[in-house]
Ligand binder design. Structure first.
Ligand code: FES
Length: 124
């Protein structure tokens, strides 16, 4: 395993990401507050560049007591999703999981922060 330098802490705005390439593998690094997560830029649906999608609050459909729709709303629970630009599948930025399809999950990389810099750990 080896580390790949991605950026200095603070170079990426909170809730935003940056894509880097290493040996033909594209990696998206995202900042959530003071934490960082890294995902392979390869959507498990059909291989789209998921890490180049928008980051948005999770969307939910609220229902009344009769199970009738009250419309679609952004959640206020702090959950952010990465929206794949090809077909719009959404993945939790922290867990990489698709909200409705358990078998779909982004492939992740370990992130290390050291001396003000952020690295991802890759095989090799
Ligand atoms: S390739 Fe990402 S949603 Fe289809």
């Amino acid at each position: 395993m080896r580390e790949v330098f991605v950026c200095q802490e603070g170079d990426i705005a909170d809730g935003a990401g940056k894509v880097v390439a290493d040996n033909g593998v594209e990696i998206g690094l995202f900042r959530i507050g003071s934490q960082y997560v890294a995902w392979r830029n390869h959507c498990p649906h059909s291989g789209g560049p998921v890490c180049q999608g928008k980051v948005m609050k999770r969307v939910e459909e609220r229902l009344d007591d009769n199970k009738l729709s009250l419309g679609i709303h952004y959640t206020d629970d702090g959950t952010l999703n990465i929206v794949c630009p090809w077909h719009g599948y959404e993945f939790d930025i922290k867990t990489g999981r698709h909200a409705g399809l358990d078998k779909l999950k982004l492939s992740g990389f370990q992130v290390r922060q050291r001396d003000g810099a952020v690295y991802v750990v890759v095989p090799g």
